[in-house]
Structure formats: structure tokens, C-alpha cells
Write a protein that binds this ligand. Structure first.
Ligand code: FAD
Length: 404
């Protein structure tokens, strides 16, 4: 088993596969993708809706077809499946669990593309018992599309992000009708026209409603929701928690890499480079959860940047300026700018904590790098395009993002 590589990519989702493909095309051949699952492809493997491919291949594709396509373009980059990275160490060293046991692998550059996950029950602090039948959309899709099993008959869906509607659709494909969709806000999180979708599917949508209890001894039997100050009981056999994505950051939080305190995502510059220059991060682990196509295209850009880095004879000095933000904003990706990097412009991906519409301004000292009006919803991608890095003053120590 080979243990030393030019580049190791952790995660074989769209971003990891794209970065590996690009590295190979740029002449970096000594590379490997490490994947903890038994098959490559990441989340799209179990997303059987035709919501992939439009940006990358100009046609709608189901998740499975999208994975086949991107793997076919990867020019045979090896993927080691059933292989989990359990620790990230300085100098590109990784502790890896595989069929040989625990081994240390090392690469000149490591790309972290571990994706995102939905928030499960435990951190949502819902009271009640702990019966079977509580799952996420991802788990639901794996039951239905990968294992051909029906995990429930009349579930309730919690949340109203795009993925929540995907849960209704997934259930429908298995002949299951959701009992209700529950959203604590006064409107759905996804685009408003989607609020017609539950009605079309015969699923009642309860807005301004909060899940307060899950009942049932062995199996979920009911939930209690609070609506207009009243508690209401809904009989059901499962609860599907949807959305509220967080980056898969377990590795990062216990590593030596700088990370954003409230999200656990590594602080990267506009090329995806982490605080340890041997490490890069990309895809949904940085900005949970963008679409598969967006992550695939991002992976190609980061792969190219890593290849440039590896081809460089002597590494240029790094001069990172941190990107601060006001309290409306949950995170920015990237989290800093390397002044010595060649980017004259960069795109800034942000998320907000609460719905807010207003002018988003990016400044360095008193210089405005970007200004634009945005309607921002929590959980939705907001992309500030072409932030002008050339305007950053030489003596700038900080970049700020605010919404007014
Ligand atoms: C439930 C759900 C439904 C979605 N539906 C859609 C949709 O319909 N359309 C769409 O465009 N997008 C959808 N998305 C978003 C889409 O999945 C992502 O955009 C895309 O998969 C992100 O790619 P990625 O490579 O960043 O991460 P992922 O696809 O999540 O891949 C990350 C990979 O890293 C592996 N990994 C994680 N940790 C380790 C480790 N320590 N060691 C080794 N391997 C590791 C994981 O097993 C996984 O294979 C959905 C996401 C979810 C969660």
C-alpha cells in the first residue's frame, strides 16, 4: 500500500472528484481520493432527482447519472473506499483507518472535501422520548433509493429548505405521503413558489409552528407542535429533520487548522488554502449546502490552484487578511484573503442568521471592494460576485462585510 502522495483528497463527492480530475489534467499524477463509504460519489449517489448537471453539462441529470459522468471524466484517479481519515496532522500527515488497520499517510498537499450534513435531532433540543423513526433527508434517501426500503408510512417533515421539498418528493417516489410539513417561521425558507408544492402533493404545510415533543416508546407514535400558543398533536410514525446544514467538520475541530468558531469550518483564502499551507478545503464543508453542480465547478478551480502551488519551485510568502462580518452574517467563505495570491477579483459566499434585505458592503479600511443589494434568507447561498481584491490597500489589516 502506497503511503506518500503529491496530493490526497479526502472525500469523493462532486468537489473532491472535480479537484482530483483537475490535478490529473494539470500533470499531478501521484494522487488518491480517500472515501469512507463503500462507493465513490458522495451525497448525489442517493439524490435521485434531476437537479444536477445543468451548470456543468448543460442538461438535468439525476444524482446517480451525475456521479457516473463525473467519475468517467476523472481519468482513472484511484479512489480508496471504506477508508476514513480520523486525524489531520501538521505537514500533510493523516491518520487513516482502512483494511490494513490504522496507518499514517502523507501528501505534499491535502484537499479536505468532506461535505455537509443535516442537523440531526440531538442538537435541535426537541424534548420527548427517543423512539425509532427519527431520521434526516439524507438517511431517508439512502433507505429509499439505495436500499429499496420503506422506513415509514406517515412521517412529518421538519423544515422548509429546498431539501425539505426533496424529502416530500423522495417519499412520494416510494408511495408514501407525508402527514405534514412543519416550519417555525412565517414563510418557507426555500423560494416562495415552492410553498405550492406540499399542497399539490396533499401535504398540509404548517407555518409558525414549532415541534415541541416527539412521542412513542419503541417507534414514533406522534409529535406535538405549538401553533398560535396552542399545543396540537399529530399522529405519525416518523420525524424527518431536514436541512440546517453544517459542514462535516469533526476532523477540523480537533486539528491544528484555524477554523471559524461558530461553524467549525476551516478558514481558507480565495484559493481554498487553510492556515497550514499543506492543506486546502473545498465544497460543502465550507458552505453548507450549495448545489452539487456548484461544488463540482468549485472543485475544478481549487484543483487548478493546488496544481499551480505544487508546480511552484519556491512557495511565495503568504500574507493573509482576515474577513470579518457583522452580526447578521453566520459565515463567509472564504474567511480570509491572501494578498500575495494572484486573484484580482474573488467571489464571496455568505450565509445570514435571519432573513434580511439590504445593501451588502465589503470594505477594506475605508475602501469599498463590493456593494450590492441582496434579499438574504437563512440557509440560502448568497454570492457576492467579483469582489475587487485589487483595491485592497497595502496597509489593510482586515476586510469587513456588513448588511444595512
Ligand atoms: C440530503 C441532501 C440532499 C441534497 N440534494 C441535492 C439535490 O437534489 N441537488 C443538488 O444539486 N444538490 C443536493 N444536495 C447538495 C449536494 O449533495 C452537494 O452539493 C454535493 O454533494 C456537495 O459535494 P461535496 O463534494 O462538497 O460533498 P459530499 O457530496 O457530501 O461528499 C463528501 C464525501 O466525503 C466523505 N467523507 C466525509 N468525511 C470523511 C472522512 N473523514 N474520511 C473519508 N471520507 C470522508 C463522505 O463520505 C462523502 O462521500 C443535497 C445534499 C444533501 C445532504
Amino acid at each position: 500500500m502506497r503511503l506518500n502522495y503529491d496530493a490526497i483528497i479526502i472525500g469523493s463527492g462532486p468537489s473532491g472528484i472535480a479537484a482530483a480530475t483537475e490535478l490529473k489534467q494539470q500533470g499531478i499524477n501521484n494522487i488518491v481520493i480517500l472515501e469512507r463509504e463503500s462507493q465513490a460519489g458522495g451525497v448525489p449517489r442517493h439524490c435521485q432527482h434531476p437537479t444536477f448537471g445543468l451548470l456543468s453539462f448543460k442538461r438535468p441529470m439525476k444524482g446517480g447519472a451525475f456521479v457516473e459522468k463525473i467519475l468517467s471524466l476523472s481519468a482513472g484517479v484511484p479512489v480508496m473506499t471504506n477508508t476514513t481519515v480520523v486525524e489531520i496532522r501538521p505537514e500533510g500527515k493523516l491518520l487513516v483507518s482502512c483494511d490494513k488497520g490504522l496507518v499514517e499517510m502523507q501528501a505534499k498537499r491535502v484537499l479536505i472535501a468532506t461535505g455537509a450534513r443535516e442537523t440531526p435531532r440531538h442538537p435541535r433540543l426537541v424534548s420527548g422520548l427517543r423512539p425509532q423513526g427519527v431520521l434526516t433527508t439524507g438517511a431517508l434517501q439512502q433507505f429509499i433509493y439505495l436500499n429499496r426500503q420503506k422506513p415509514c408510512r406517515n412521517p412529518v417533515i421538519i423544515g422548509s429548505e429546498i431539501v425539505s421539498f426533496s424529502a416530500i418528493w423522495t417519499l412520494r417516489n416510494a408511495g408514501i405521503k407525508a402527514k405534514a410539513m412543519i416550519e417555525s417561521q412565517s414563510r418557507i425558507t426555500a423560494n416562495r413558489p415552492l410553498s405550492l408544492f406540499p399542497a399539490l402533493m396533499g401535504v398540509p404545510l404548517h407555518l409558525n409552528s414549532k415541534l415541541v415533543e416527539i412521542g412513542g416508546l419503541n417507534r414514533v407514535e406522534y409529535v406535538v407542535i405549538e401553533r398560535n400558543g396552542q399545543n396540537e398533536r399529530i399522529e405519525c410514525d416518523a420525524v424527518i429533520f431536514t436541512g440546517e446544514f453544517t459542514g462535516e467538520n469533526t476532523l477540523i475541530r480537533k486539528s491544528h487548522l484555524d477554523f471559524i468558531a461558530n461553524t467549525g469550518c476551516p478558514v481558507v483564502d480565495t484559493n481554498g488554502r487553510c492556515s497550514d499551507a499543506a492543506y486546502y478545503a473545498l465544497g460543502n464543508m465550507l458552505h453548507p449546502a450549495d448545489m452539487g453542480d456548484q461544488c463540482y465547478l468549485e472543485g475544478k478551480v481549487i484543483g487548478e490552484a493546488v496544481a499551480r502551488d505544487l508546480h511552484q519551485v519556491s512557495g511565495a510568502a503568504i500574507n493573509r487578511i482576515v474577513i470579518q462580518h457583522d452580526n447578521h452574517i453566520l459565515f463567509t467563505a472564504p474567511g480570509c484573503v491572501d494578498k500575495t495570491a494572484a486573484n484580482s477579483q474573488f467571489n464571496l459566499n455568505i450565509r445570514v442568521k435571519q432573513a434580511i434585505s439590504g445593501q451588502v458592503t465589503v470594505t477594506a479600511g475605508s475602501t469599498i471592494l463590493y456593494q450590492g443589494n441582496h434579499r438574504c434568507m437563512p440557509g440560502r447561498r448568497i454570492m457576492l460576485k467579483n469582489v475587487n481584491a485589487e483595491l485592497i490597500p497595502l496597509n489593510a489589516t482586515e476586510i469587513s462585510v456588513s448588511i444595512v
